[in-house]
Design a protein around this ligand. Structure first.
Ligand SMILES: [Zn+2]
Length: 434
């Protein structure tokens, strides 16, 4: 069985601090949406059914009622509800939420009945509060990164902040219960978030792994901003799941991984990839290498390579570096509130104005677009009315977009193009109406 489902271009929406509605999806102008073609819930075994989407919703049937694991983002929740209700109309006794991101909690209200208890880790609420505390920042960044209008991002975030999305039962390390013929062992497994949990059903040899594993290299740092996604607990969590020797692994953004050997193989590859990047980064830090050197030097060996359509090695390396020791790079100017851009005006004047810098930026735009962008920053910091510089910026963004496979990177580049085109339009309008 194919083990993974594509993140697709729109996959980015998914782990963000926003969730999306139909209108939002249409406006992102993105590729394949996972699970949209699904007519019936995927039967994993006699007890487990999967509705596919962003993320997946699972129903576990027992003789004494059902358990729902994760509830997808708002756009998918009604369809998932309909697909899984076709499988069983029995009451939902528990909803287990693997972590606090909205692509896991937005359907809670739909599934919650009078006798339903929602189970999450004890840090679930704290991390929801973190998203609320930085709501303004996430609203701005999610709108840019995912191409969703800000009012939609805000409305979605406000919806899932409501108390109805809270948990009834929380736990610190483990929580178990029996329902009908099945045992649900819930374990704290920090990784992609600090409230991540995994579920083990020993009778079925089934492990639900949440977002601690997906099809691509793990998103150990995400550009919209996140707390440190510390690799060591993440590794320990994956090792714990592997130690159960599962025969089926179910993830929120995976198709089922079936067979004891295949499960062990996939888990081991993920563990080895994270460990390799972590250890190489730490080794380089101790050798006195700076973060830029390590971002360029460290590559995964082919046997444990993973696609970078969602998580990205370079961001993860920097995430680990700065997660462990913060921003200071052993350079004296970094101690002071005077950024390198403070000398942009000096460089601009020394170059003899905008023209030579623009000329050089144009030369670099095709083969070294990021260097070109640095030169353009000098020009536009000093003189934001330089339309030619903005046009070269757009060229550079397009050049980078042509090469980009990572959906988050693509999102920021598309937003950059949009912003520059807006600025160019405004300056041409201003020029016509002096
Ligand atoms: Zn997710």
């Amino acid at each position: 069985m194919k083990a993974f489902q594509s993140f697709g271009t729109m996959g980015v929406l998914l782990l963000s601090a926003s969730f999306v509605c139909a209108q939002g999806i249409a406006q992102t102008n993105v590729g394949r949406i996972p699970g949209m073609e699904q007519k019936e819930a995927l039967r994993v075994n006699d007890h487990i059914y999967q509705a596919t989407g962003f993320g997946n919703t699972y129903m576990v049937k027992t003789s004494e009622g059902n358990v729902i694991i994760d509830t997808a983002m708002g756009f998918f929740a009604p369809r998932h509800y309909a697909l899984l209700r076709k499988v069983s109309e029995a009451p939902v006794k528990f909803i287990i939420i693997t972590h606090c991101h909205p692509d896991h909690i937005a359907g809670i209200r739909r599934w919650r009945g009078p006798e339903t208890k929602v189970i999450a880790h004890e840090r679930f609420q704290e991390l929801r509060d973190y998203q609320t505390m930085l709501g303004g920042l996430f609203e701005r960044r999610n709108a840019a990164q995912y191409g969703i209008p800000r009012p939609l991002v805000r409305a979605s975030a406000e919806e899932v902040r409501r108390p109805e999305y809270g948990a009834d039962i929380t736990f610190e390390k483990t929580h178990s219960f029996k329902l009908g013929e099945l045992t649900f062992e819930i374990h704290y497994t920090p990784g992609e978030t600090q409230d991540q949990l995994a579920i083990w059903i020993p009778e079925l040899k089934a492990a639900f792994i949440g977002d601690n594993m997906y099809e691509t290299f793990p998103n150990m740092y995400t550009l919209r901003g996140t707390e440190f996604r510390s690799p060591k607990p993440w590794l320990a969590s994956l090792e714990k799941v592997r130690s159960w020797e599962p025969e089926v692994v179910l993830g929120s953004h995976l198709l089922p991984i079936s067979g004891k050997e295949e499960c062990a193989k996939q888990l081991t590859r993920y563990i080895d990839a994270i460990r390799f990047i972590h250890d190489k980064t730490v080794e380089g830090m101790n050798q006195g290498k700076d973060v830029w050197t390590l971002m360029n030097e460290i590559k995964l060996p082919p046997e444990i390579s993973l696609p970078e359509t969602y998580g990205r090695l370079t961001w993860s390396i920097r995430g680990i570096y700065e997660g462990y020791v913060g921003f200071f790079d052993e350079k004296i100017p970094t101690m002071y509130p005077v950024p390198a851009s403070a000398v942009h005006k000096d460089l601009f004047e020394l170059a003899g104005g905008a023209s030579p810098l623009i000329e050089r930026a144009q030369k670099l735009a095709t083969d070294q677009p990021v260097k070109s962008l640095h030169l353009l920053d000098i020009v536009l910091d000093v003189d934001p009315s330089q339309v030619e510089a903005r046009k070269i910026r757009v060229q550079c963004y397009h050049r980078l977009l042509d090469q980009a496979v990572n959906v988050i990177e693509q999102g920021w580049l598309r937003d950059g193009i949009l912003q520059e085109e807006k600025a160019i339009k405004q300056s041409s309008t201003a020029g016509k109406n002096p």
